[in-house]
Design a binder for this molecule. Structure first.
Ligand code: ADP
Ligand code: ADP
Ligand code: ZN
Length: 208
């Protein structure tokens, strides 16, 4: 099953993709996570990408497309994958279309008013990569799963978040129409409980 999750920053794409990936035994491919890994490792690609990420802008298409092509060619993605945060532009969608046919695109809808609160409260584990909201955590400093140190992403500051939302509307939102026209887009309400949303996504995938 080849899936893609689309939605504004903070919609819960990563949260849901981790669960759906575990349920179907397919890899979760997050371009944001891949870029943060490159930054952490101090690679040339990471250094290039950081300037764009910190400004709330998109990393250039050719950099991202090359990275994703290499990733989905690996053996673990042979039976399917979940793309999270890619494609984000029409050019990326067309490049993807040339190498793989998606079975479904899940569009996670959350009102803007909730997104800022979600993103500003996001905490990520530096050790296992798990994502939380500060309101879920008893201990604000350590990951409940592995004990690793939690951190706040550099781009999860309110001013950068507003820029990311504007970039989403301008560059990524048009993909909703693009995938609707192909006939594979499914809308999911993303403002309820995390478990309920996972079940809704599973229902959509089983029905299609
Ligand atoms: P995205 O990958 O779309 O940017 P995340 O999955 O990282 O979004 O979620 C953003 C923030 O919102 C995180 O702090 C996460 O814990 C929280 N979150 C995710 N889903 C929900 C939900 N259904 N209800 C409340 N908070 C949520
Ligand atoms: P979120 O889950 O909050 O939407 P991501 O982790 O997916 O954020 O992405 C963080 C940043 O990484 C983006 O703001 C952008 O700068 C860069 N990025 C991630 N994926 C892409 C992509 N497909 N194309 C261009 N830039 C990307
Ligand atoms: Zn952890």
């Amino acid at each position: 099953m080849k899936l893609m999750f689309v939605g504004p920053p903070g919609a819960g794409k990563g949260t849901q993709a981790v669960r759906i990936a575990a349920r179907y035994g397919i890899p979760h491919i997050s371009t944001g996570d891949m870029l943060r890994e490159e930054i952490k490792n101090g690679t040339e690609l990471g250094k290039q990408a950081k300037t764009y990420i910190d400004a709330g802008e998109l990393v250039p298409d050719e950099v991202i497309i090359g990275m994703v092509k290499e990733r989905i060619a690996r053996p673990d993605a042979a039976n399917g994958f979940i793309l999270d945060g890619f494609p984000r532009t029409k050019q990326q969608a067309e490049a993807l279309g040339a190498i793989a046919a998606l079975d479904a695109v899940i569009n996670i809808n959350v009102p803007d008013s909730k997104l800022i609160h979600r993103i500003c409260g996001r905490r990520v584990c530096s050790s296992c990569g798990a994502t939380y909201h500060e309101s879920m955590l008893e201990d604000q400093k350590h990951c409940p799963k592995c004990g690793g140190a939690l951190y706040i992403r550099d781009d999860d500051r309110e001013d950068t978040v507003k820029q990311r939302l504007a970039v989403y509307k301008e560059k990524t939102q048009p993909l909703i129409e693009y995938y609707t026209n192909i006939g594979i887009l499914h809308d999911v309400v993303g403002s309820g409980g995390i478990d309920d949303i996972t079940e809704t996504i599973v229902e959509v995938l089983e029905k299609k």
